[in-house]
Design a protein around this ligand. Structure first.
Ligand SMILES: [Cu+2]
Length: 190
């Protein structure tokens, strides 16, 4: 009796184990700068590495007052996203909000923070001028940026949850159908 059910059990386990791997989201694995890291040198590039393949992705960087930091270029080279900034970051705390489409077509998103605490030169440097400029632009963008972000985050999370549970239900229904067929077959043979 037990022997007869061993293959069924094996198939049953495989059915749950395989899709789990094939359809897994790609998660944040590491980044430069790292989560919570304090950088003591200028930062003008942020890269994030994921634990699986990604199809596309985007990165948004905001300063501690919610200002949007200009990103010049986003490069997606699975499993890595690299954002090149318009100019080196001034001292302060930054939030990196990322989202990507995993190889399984699901959208995954998250964020992390890091700060820059580099020794600052005395006297006016080109960097100081850039600082003044970006501070002027900051206040205008501030409200806009925070509104946009909240909206975007909510939509993506809903999408992810829906497709995630759809996948679960498909697996369960497939498993039940499969067992029903096996039981019918076993009965016929008696
Ligand atoms: Cu997925």
């Amino acid at each position: 009796m037990l022997k007869r059910f061993t293959p069924i059990l094996a198939i049953f386990i495989l059915m749950f184990a395989l899709p789990g791997k094939a359809f897994a989201h790609s998660h944040y694995e590491s980044s430069t700068p790292g989560d919570g890291e304090v950088m003591q040198e200028p930062v003008n590039e942020i890269s994030i590495t994921f634990d699986g393949g990604i199809e596309e992705g985007n990165v948004e960087v905001t300063g501690e007052n919610g200002e949007t930091i200009s990103v010049r270029d986003i490069e997606v080279e699975s499993p890595e996203i690299t954002a090149t900034l318009e100019e080196p970051l001034e001292n302060g705390e930054y939030t990196v909000s990322w989202h990507q489409i995993s190889a399984d077509t699901h959208t995954v998103e998250g964020d992390f923070t890091f700060s820059v605490d580099a020794a600052e030169d005395e006297g006016a440097t080109p960097e100081d001028e850039a600082e003044a400029e970006s501070e002027a632009a900051t206040e205008e963008q501030q409200e806009e940026a925070s509104d946009e972000q909240t909206g975007a985050v909510e939509t993506e999370q809903t999408e992810e949850n829906e497709s995630g549970s759809a996948m679960l239900w498909i697996s369960i229904i497939a498993a039940i159908a499969f067992i029903a067929v096996l039981v019918a077959y076993a009965k016929k043979r008696k």
